[in-house]
Design a protein around this ligand. Structure first.
Ligand code: FMN
Length: 210
């Protein structure tokens, strides 16, 4: 029985294109793998801890082999719980909108929480950085209001998908399954609807080999 972690990074519930496509994928996946466990993590409903001075001190104390203060230990336990949940999954589904050419701040906050030395990446002077979350696939439904086709000047503005691939690659991911829903705004609601339907059909097909 595999565990699938479904990370929801749009707050737009029923209107969201990325959630609709991720859920089409999961619906098809569930039919094929009825015994698997799918756990949803809604980043806009979740009480994520701010990655503030306290957590940064806790992080740097780990990096420099220094003990945690009692306050840091308590704060760090929450970070460890999120990392534990993340690393405990066998497969990942991420619904990710583009916001200001990058990702929503809640998703960035979650990334700042789970990307931690000795937990999700390692470092040795000889070998450099090594990702510790390996051998697991991630399906990403990426929605954006405009279009960013590769090879056009607009592609340089896409800091959403390339960033996700860099940061997830940094912690060990190599198996990315990607479906884009674009443009969801720029070309009007009919085009958005068509692109969403196309993306949902594609996602359902991709669920067969996940
Ligand atoms: C705060 C905010 C910033 C946005 N910035 C961009 C942007 O830089 N480029 C773009 O193409 N679309 C942008 N959009 C539009 C969204 O990418 C688009 O509505 C997409 O469908 C959102 O995903 P969702 O439908 O899953 O919520 C932005 C939307 C919001 C709410």
């Amino acid at each position: 029985m595999a565990k699938v972690l479904y990370i929801k990074a749009s707050p737009r519930t029923g209107r969201s294109h990325s959630l609709a496509v991720a859920e089409a994928f999961l619906e098809a996946y569930r039919e094929l793998n009825p015994k698997d466990q799918i756990v949803a993590l809604d980043l806009f409903a979740e009480d994520l801890p701010p990655f503030d001075g306290l957590l940064i001190n806790a992080k740097y104390n780990i990096m420099h082999d220094r003990p945690h203060s009692p306050e840091e230990s308590a704060a760090w336990r929450v970070v460890e719980d999120y990392i534990h949940q993340f690393k405990g999954a066998d497969k990942y589904v991420l619904a990710a909108p583009m916001w200001n050419f990058g990702i929503p701040y809640r998703l960035k906050q979650y990334i700042d929480i789970i990307v931690q030395p000795a937990y999700t990446f390692g470092y040795t002077p000889g070998e450099g950085y090594q990702g510790l979350v390996t051998g697991k696939p991630i399906f990403i439904a990426g929605a954006r209001g405009g279009s960013y086709p590769p090879g056009t000047p607009a592609a340089a503005f896409d800091l959403q998908i390339p960033y996700l691939q860099v940061i997830l690659g940094f912690i060990g991911f190599t198996d990315f399954r990607l479906v884009l829903i674009e443009p969801t705004l720029e070309a009007g609601p009919e085009t958005a609807y068509t692109r969403r339907q196309e993306a949902m059909a594609k996602a359902r097909g991709m669920a067969k080999e996940f």
